[in-house]
Design a binder for this molecule. Structure first.
Ligand SMILES: [Zn+2]
Length: 329
């Protein structure tokens, strides 16, 4: 019997552990917005592999407790894979002390550059940072960055790596730089289950921190070719290939509409305020268009435009969010 999304007994978007069948699990965190990431567990013959930790120690400990009480193989997790460097996928790593921790080489470098201490400092100073600080402090209010010890991968790879969990193959495909510098997909071929990290946001707006956007579009099309039957996205409910194609469609839409602004000589800030989102305006955190447009401008201008720093980007996202609320959209 195959695992398919439509055949699954429990595909609801509820917090906690979801059994995907035959030793594959998802940990889901509604509502999938800023910091509310998903994780995964792959088990076989008493061995287990964790896909991603969560944004802070409390959330990660809660997840590990639930996994250990439900899945005997999770009592000793031998391998942790981080799909990319964003803190909501790796700041809980220290709770896996002693495990083999695997990420792409590019992600490991990026993790060293934005350790939890940096985010804790940014949040502490948010009140002094104007509108950017207000937005940042509000979206990250639920998470505690103090007391987290930066715990980097113990092992890195480029392009592709196959791991074994009991008798299962688990294949890591590097598809970044895209969302971040070193994004990977985690593929369980025998079960046709795919963990995508933030290559897929479902119901929320994808955020292009790094680019080039062509790599991200290609990653969505690679997902289609793999023909997974169940996909655990980085954020949002379980999905299947349709979810990957919806993200691809968003990226193509934004690329084409932003390019019109670029060719017309609009600044990236003007473009962020102007680009029509069409059907995608209903996705959560639509204001991430601010970051997406800046990254595209950097790509198209060879780094001359779109160079706003994170503080400016968070400020602009806050502005766009308020404007959206005033429009009622
Ligand atoms: Zn994330």
């Amino acid at each position: 019997m195959r695992v398919t999304l439509s055949a699954m007994a429990d595909a609801r978007f509820t917090k906690g552990l979801h059994d995907l069948g035959r030793g594959c699990w998802a940990w889901l965190q509604p509502d999938g917005g800023w910091g509310w990431s998903n994780a995964g567990l792959i088990t076989d013959s008493g061995q287990s592999l964790l896909v991603d930790t969560l944004f802070d120690l409390r959330l990660t400990a809660e997840m590990l407790d639930a996994m250990r009480s439900t899945v005997p193989a999770a009592r000793s997790i031998g391998t942790l894979v981080n799909t990319h460097a964003n803190g909501d996928h790796c700041y809980g790593n220290q709770l896996l002390a002693g495990a083999r921790i695997v990420a792409s080489r590019a992600s490991a470098t990026e993790m060293d550059e934005l350790p939890p201490e940096a985010l804790a400092g940014f949040k502490d100073n948010a009140a002094k940072l104007g509108p950017a600080g207000e937005y940042f402090a509000r979206v990250f209010a639920p998470f505690e960055f103090h007391g987290i010890r930066h715990t980097p991968p113990t092992e890195t790879f480029d392009r592709e790596l196959t791991l074994r969990v009991g008798d299962k193959d688990v294949v890591l495909f590097e598809v970044g730089p895209a969302h971040t510098r070193g994004d990977i997909l985690v593929w369980v071929p025998r079960e046709r289950v795919l963990y995508t990290g933030d290559i897929l946001f479902i119901g929320g707006t994808p955020i292009l921190w790094q680019g080039p956007i062509g790599n991200w579009i290609a990653a969505c099309e690679r997902i289609e070719r793999l023909q997974p039957e169940v996909i655990v996205p980085g954020h949002g409910p379980l999905t299947d290939v349709k979810g990957a194609l919806a993200v691809r469609d968003y990226l193509v839409h934004v690329r084409d509409r932003a390019r019109e602004c670029f060719d017309a000589g609009l600044s990236p800030v003007e473009a962020a305020r102007t680009v029509p989102l069409g059907e995608f305006a209903a996705w959560g955190e639509a204001e991430r268009i601010a970051v997406n447009v800046h990254t595209l401008y950097r790509e198209w201008s060879g780094g001359k435009q779109g160079t706003a720093n994170p503080l400016q980007l968070f400020g602009l996202m806050g502005e766009l969010e308020r404007a959206g609320a005033r429009r009622g959209g």
